[in-house]
Design a protein around this ligand. Structure first.
Ligand SMILES: NC(=O)c1ccc[n+]([C@@H]2O[C@H](COP(=O)([O-])OP(=O)(O)OC[C@H]3O[C@@H](n4cnc5c(N)ncnc54)[C@H](OP(=O)(O)O)[C@@H]3O)[C@@H](O)[C@H]2O)c1
Length: 300
């Protein structure tokens, strides 16, 4: 099968499409003929050598497609079903992918929209659970307009939270449409948030990793009320929890997100699609850092 791989660290030009052996589903896993696979910020962090050390590396943690083989013990889906989910092996940007965690594609979504969801909703749900976001919480999301941030906003609103989100001004109307009160990021953040919430917020989630953990701690009244998904060094320096998937994923949300989508309480991000062969262009677009919505590779 064709798959995205790189054999050396570097710019987008190191990405290549290679032939790899077809993967086989293990117990509890399904294999899909991939129709669409999500692109994530971790892809270019890996490509630049900022995450895993070994080479070569394949890419892709999420995909949607049609089940073409089921592993031992799988009884909840059959060959031919449309599913989306997570590939913990990280080889989903390929013609075939083994999904370790999956759910039926929500009926109103196409494959690209479904492939945009798993990593963002799992990450957002995990962080909201770690913060203890619930009905009546006042939550600040720093970096609210990207794929993880927009999922965190909507899932927090669905829990009954009040959400204030930072984004560049061009995305403020978008944040309002998701149910958040927008503020600009940058100098003066604390004062702008206090203008909306004079007593500060209960909880704060840093999705952007933009070096504002001290401000978030001040607004939320302590480091224990803050979680970051993107500022590893800042988390260590300021005693904030850095949320990472390998310490336990909120996989249950894959089975719940379909109902939120179908009942209009969760709007998937707009997707920007690229053929699998143009994965390097998808990286160039994403590395710009201001994508609204989600980059998705189309396969087949
Ligand atoms: N720890 C984990 O488990 C985990 C899992 C998934 C992702 N992540 C990390 O989470 C981060 C976000 O991922 P993503 O997929 O949501 O990225 P994305 O879709 O590319 O979104 C990036 C967003 O960051 C915003 N932004 C840029 N500069 C900012 C600043 N100075 N202050 C506040 N917001 C700013 C942009 O908003 P504007 O366009 O409005 O400026 C954009 O919407 C990445 O670093 C990724 O590696 C971590």
């Amino acid at each position: 099968m064709k798959a995205v791989r790189f054999q050396q660290f570097g710019g987008p030009e190191v990405l290549e499409i290679v032939d790899l052996p077809d993967p086989q589903p293990g117990p509890g896993q399904v294999r899909i003929a991939v129709r669409a696979a999500g692109v994530n910020a971790s892809d270019w962090k890996k490509r630049r050598g900022l995450m895993d050390e070994g080479l070569p590396q394949t890419l892709g943690y999420e995909a949607a497609g049609v089940v073409d083989e089921i592993g031992e013990g799988v009884a909840d889906v059959a060959v031919g079903d449309r599913v989306f989910g997570l590939s913990t092996e990280g080889m989903a940007q390929a013609e075939l992918a083994v999904l370790s965690h999956y759910a039926p594609v929500p009926p109103s979504l196409d494959f690209a929209e479904a492939a945009a969801l798993p990593a963002a909703v799992e990450t957002a749900t995990r962080a909201l659970d770690q913060l203890g976001v619930g009905k009546g919480s006042a939550l600040l999301v720093n970096g609210a307009s990207g794929s993880v941030g927009s999922a965190a906003v909507q899932l927090a609103v669905a829990r009954g939270a009040r959400v204030i989100g930072t984004a560049s001004p061009a995305n403020h109307e978008y944040l309002r449409s998701l149910g958040a009160e927008p503020v600009a990021y940058g100098p003066g953040l604390v004062e702008r948030v206090r203008a909306l919430a004079p007593g500060g917020v209960d909880l704060a989630l840093d999705v952007a990793g933009s070096g504002v953990l001290p401000e978030l701690i001040e607004l939320a009244g302590g480091a224990e009320h803050v979680v970051t998904l993107a500022d590893f060094g800042g988390a260590q320096e300021h005693g904030v929890l850095f949320s990472r998937g390998d310490a336990g994923r909120a996989l249950y949300v894959l089975g719940e997100i379909g109902e939120l989508v179908e009942t209009g309480r969760f709007t998937p991000p707009a997707v920007r699609t690229f053929p699998l062969t143009e994965v390097a262009e998808a990286h160039r677009t994403g590395e710009d850092g201001h994508v609204r919505g989600k980059l998705v590779l189309l396969v087949g």
